[in-house]
Design a protein around this ligand. Structure first.
Ligand code: GUN
Length: 293
């Protein structure tokens, strides 16, 4: 039997639509429009595309996009000064510093300059700490999107065994904490985990965030499991270049209950959740209740 496909493109479109509705409600209450500032340092081609897409999606959701560009040779102090100016600007509700930054700049320092109330990427130490402590804060976008996708399959994840493979700061660690907050029993697996295949076979929810093409084999998937594949890997196959996930999709789809495709699974959720965080940040900064999302 073939698994249900979790349509990340459609679910992300639904999230963006709810964000746009929340923006209208926000504007009616405050006569203001939420604003998202994206900082790009240098001319990395991939980053330029990401920043452009984020700006377009922001405007499409009815919000203001503020794009700030600095040359590749900008000093760390210049980037920090820009972040401080955005912190002080009341018309800015969210700040995202596009990564990677040029190697002469300490990305950790720059990120931690962001006012946590505007940290729509959820990457500051303050945001990470709040997530760990179970306090209200802004949650990193890709893990947030992953949980939203899993919950479209099963509204209540409580009591399920979740296995997260990968312990990165951007995805694996925050995703584990979010699943814990959903009352899952969470196993954090990684490159040093013994008997990884057996660990995976215990998973009712299997999340792969390792950055290794097709590493998770079909027979590692518990029959009926929800499989969330965060990986996006470009490979050459049969003389063609294509994107694949961390999961061997063709085999896993025969055992899973539901599975995210790559592309079109977790990927589209990241920008949708960035917009979601921006309208949430805008509301909280004005002491309003969280928007209905
Ligand atoms: N570069 C690639 N992905 C991301 C992301 O999610 N946030 C930031 N700030 N930079 C990125």
């Amino acid at each position: 039997m073939s698994a249900e496909l979790i349509d990340g493109k459609q679910i992300a479109a639904d999230v963006r639509e709810r964000v746009a509705a929340a923006v209208s409600v926000f504007e009616a209450k405050t006569a203001e429009t939420p604003g998202l500032a994206v900082v790009l340092v240098g001319e990395d081609p991939a980053s330029q595309v990401y920043v452009r897409n984020k700006g377009l999606a922001t405007v499409k959701a009815g919000m203001r996009s503020i794009e700030k560009r600095l040359p590749a040779n900008a000093s760390e102090e210049e980037v920090v000064s820009l972040v401080r100016a955005l912190n002080a600007d009341n018309a800015v509700d969210g700040i995202l510093v596009q990564l990677p930054l040029p190697s002469h700049i300490d990305a950790n320092r720059v990120i931690n300059e962001i006012d946590p109330s505007k940290d729509v990427d959820g990457l500051t130490e303050a945001s990470a700490g709040r997530l760990l402590l179970g306090k209200q804060g802004l949650v990193p976008c890709t893990p947030q999107g992953s949980v939203i996708l899993a919950k479209t399959v099963r509204k209540d994840l409580g009591g399920l065994n979740a296995v997260v493979i990968g312990r990165s700061i951007l995805v694996g660690k925050p995703l584990s904490l979010l699943l814990l907050a959903e009352n899952c029993t969470v196993t954090m697996a990684h490159s040093r985990t013994s008997n990884l295949a057996d660990v995976c076979r215990q998973a009712d929810i299997l999340c792969a965030a390792v950055g290794c093409p097709k590493m998770i084999k079909g027979d590692w998937v518990k029959p009926g499991a929800i499989v969330i594949d965060v990986g996006i890997n470009r490979i050459e196959e049969d003389g063609k270049s294509r994107l694949v996930g961390d999961v061997d999709f063709d085999a896993a789809v025969e055992r899973a209950g539901a599975i995210t495709p790559v592309p079109g699974g977790v990927g589209p959720m990241t920008i949708a959740c960035l917009l979601r965080n921006t309208v949430i940040a805008a509301a909280r900064r004005r002491g309003l209740a969280d928007p209905e999302l």
